[in-house]
Ligand binder design. Structure first.
Ligand SMILES: [Ca+2]
Ligand SMILES: [Ca+2]
Length: 478
């Protein structure tokens, strides 16, 4: 190829890649982060996904891999590997025994276990690192680098090739175990040491990036008294340079107003021409920042002013979705707190300052407490709540078209993929619905164990983690 043509090809490829960063997943391949794309919209145009399967009869089941005994992580798929957070009850290496947070990597084609990153529990116990909850962060994979938040409140960068490439990638080279099934750590940013975070029960945020920056929530929260905040000056959100592992910016607008913990995850998107990072925080407010500088652009209170914690006032655990210059997010509480009233909003994030009134495009108060994330597709918003109701609303007006009762608690999120809508529940059922203004249930399939995760579409397959197994589902080739 002569050089002008190569240059043109690079420009074209570059612009295609740039489009991929911003559009919701186009369905052609991987699902390298929570939500597939930085805007976190749970939508994929992937074709050929299965609409029925049977885990007992192995119909349309490509492979099954054993996870620990509790799995709250969501799988990501990139570069031929599938990675998911779980606990250590599968104990794949007797040298790494006891309760640990575990990130497991499998080969995408056949489910063979490749490597794992394990972390011992924090010494303080359940206040910082709840027993047997494992790793709840969904990694972000970019090329051969993977970023996730460990149960020890560290933002960790790993080499996706591990030690199989014959190299101990650094700056971090102090791994005790360097076998081919061990994780090769590139760097760690300890949020407890570096920014004073005090994670309540578990650090769990799922990283997102923009340029050289990686963004996560610190999970800073209350101590066991549920009154005292040991580290009120620690930030809620940080931006770390992925090349230097240095803190670039932080924000602590929440201060001492943390209601409980902070378990949300940021989204990135271009809103009215400005690249923003958006996150729900522990005081129940949602905030938007200029992505590179960290300058706070706007904040929005997701609770009515007369609400009272914990009965009617909520924190924000859901991930915001950025779509068409709006931010879609619901509030809710720790599942341990059970069910209660919730609020779902579409927010005009092109406005600045306190936009609680001015930025509210619509408010839907028929939703219950939710920890789920939206799927926005073809003018409709699909949003599940913890009480088990799936709501279908008009994206522009918030008008409800239908509600489907799952008859069990929902921890995960709806995904619209290949023209079908998928959602799992605590009873282990996954429903398949036809997206649209009329409710149409196509299938309901039991996975044999609770689903706390979200179905992940990648390369023509659907990856679903139950409490203790990871399923790769695909139409059997005839
Ligand atoms: Ca390596
Ligand atoms: Ca290393």
């Amino acid at each position: 190829m002569n050089s002008p043509i190569r240059k043109l090809a690079c420009i074209l490829l570059g612009s295609a890649a740039a489009l991929l960063i911003w559009a919701s997943d186009d369905g052609t391949g991987d699902w390298p982060m929570w939500g597939g794309t930085p805007d976190r919209n749970m939508v994929s145009n992937m074709k050929g996904l299965p609409t029925s399967w049977d885990v007992a009869a192995k119909k349309n089941v490509k492979w099954v891999a054993a996870l620990g005994s509790q799995t709250y992580g969501n799988a990501v798929v990139s570069g031929g590997i599938v990675v998911v957070g779980t606990n250590n009850e599968a104990m794949r290496d007797p040298k790494q025994a006891g309760d640990r947070g575990v990130l497991m990597a499998f080969r995408e084609s056949d489910g063979e276990f490749l490597w794992q990153a394990t972390s011992e529990k924090l010494a303080a116990g359940r206040v910082n690192d709840w027993p047997f909850q494992g790793v709840a962060s969904s990694p972000l994979i970019e090329g051969d680098r993977l970023y996730y938040v460990s149960n020890r409140c560290e933002l960790v960068c790993l080499d996706t090739k591990g030690f199989r490439d014959g190299e101990n990638d650094g700056p971090f080279t102090g791994e005790k175990l360097t076998g081919e099934k061990d994780a090769d750590i590139v760097w760690k940013f300890d949020m407890m040491e570096e920014v004073g975070a005090f994670p309540h029960n578990l650090a769990n945020s799922s990283p997102v990036s923009f340029g050289d920056l990686i963004y996560v929530s610190t999970s800073n929260g209350q101590d066991e008294s549920h009154v005292n905040i040991p580290s009120p000056r620690a930030p809620s959100i940080i931006a770390v340079n992925k090349k230097t592992a240095k803190l670039v910016w932080e924000d602590n607008s929440v201060g001492e107003r943390i209601l409980h913990g902070q378990w949300s995850t940021p989204a990135v998107g271009k809103i009215a021409g400005v690249d923003q990072v958006v996150m729900g925080q522990g005081d129940g407010w949602v905030r938007g920042y200029e992505a590179l500088s960290g300058k706070k652009l706007w904040e929005f209170d997701s609770n009515p002013k007369d609400s009272v914690w914990p009965k009617t006032r909520n924190e924000v655990i859901s991930t915001p979705v950025i779509f068409d210059n709006l931010v879609y997010i619901a509030n809710g509480q720790d599942p341990e707190h059970g069910e209660g009233v919730g609020h779902l909003y579409a927010i005009d994030a092109s406005q600045r300052g306190d936009i609680t009134k001015s930025g509210m495009v619509w408010h839907y108060d028929k939703i219950r407490r939710s920890i789920s994330t939206a799927a926005i597709h073809d003018g409709l918003v699909y949003y599940a709540d913890f009480s088990g109701f799936l709501h279908c609303l008009d994206a522009k007006t918030g008008t409800a078209y239908w509600v489907h009762d799952m008859l069990a608690a929902v921890w995960g999120s709806t995904v619209v993929a290949g023209g079908k809508l998928y959602l799992g529940d605590e009873d282990g059922d996954v429903v398949v619905l036809q997206p649209g203004k009329q409710k149409k249930l196509l299938a309901e399939i039991n996975m044999g164990s609770s689903i706390y995760s979200t179905p992940v579409p990648a390369n023509g397959a659907l990856f679903i983690a139950s409490r203790n197994q990871l399923f790769a589902l695909a139409e059997a080739k005839r």
